[in-house]
Design a protein around this ligand. Sequence first.
Ligand code: ZN
Length: 166
Amino acid sequence: MHKLTTRLVRGFGTIVLEDLNVAGMLRNRSLARHIAGVGMGEPRRQTTYKTTWAGGRLVVADRWYPSSKTCSDCGAVKAKLPLRVRVYHCDECGLMLDRDLNAARNLAALVDELAGDTSTASCAGTLNTPDGNPCQTHTVWAAGTATGRPAPPGTGQRRRRKATTA
Ligand SMILES: [Zn+2]
């Protein structure tokens, strides 16, 4: 795990992670036996502090951002995409490609959205730019999804720490 996260941080100036809904995944019986005890938070923890050390940029996609269901070509969003479906096929534009590659393209596009006008971003993510100002964090929420949900763990921890020391 350390070799992987070090290689990622050294090889890329910007890394995008997805904030997975692990509690929800554990409730799915077929997924639970694969992910239980794997330590799902460790890659994120390592990537976060190593990115800070290296002066890189870490973008955390909100857990409700539909990275898999969204067409990386035309932006159409499927209502459902079962896990067993490994190839993404867009009903709107006909795009066909590997499910994970489609999701990766959408996550990469998040960086451009966050770098641009955040008020028009159509999805949610958190951008940490430790280079310069370590406390500079941009959060973009999708319309209608911000209510009733906790902030992404990274920003929440920072706020909580500030609150307890104030
Ligand atoms: Zn499409």
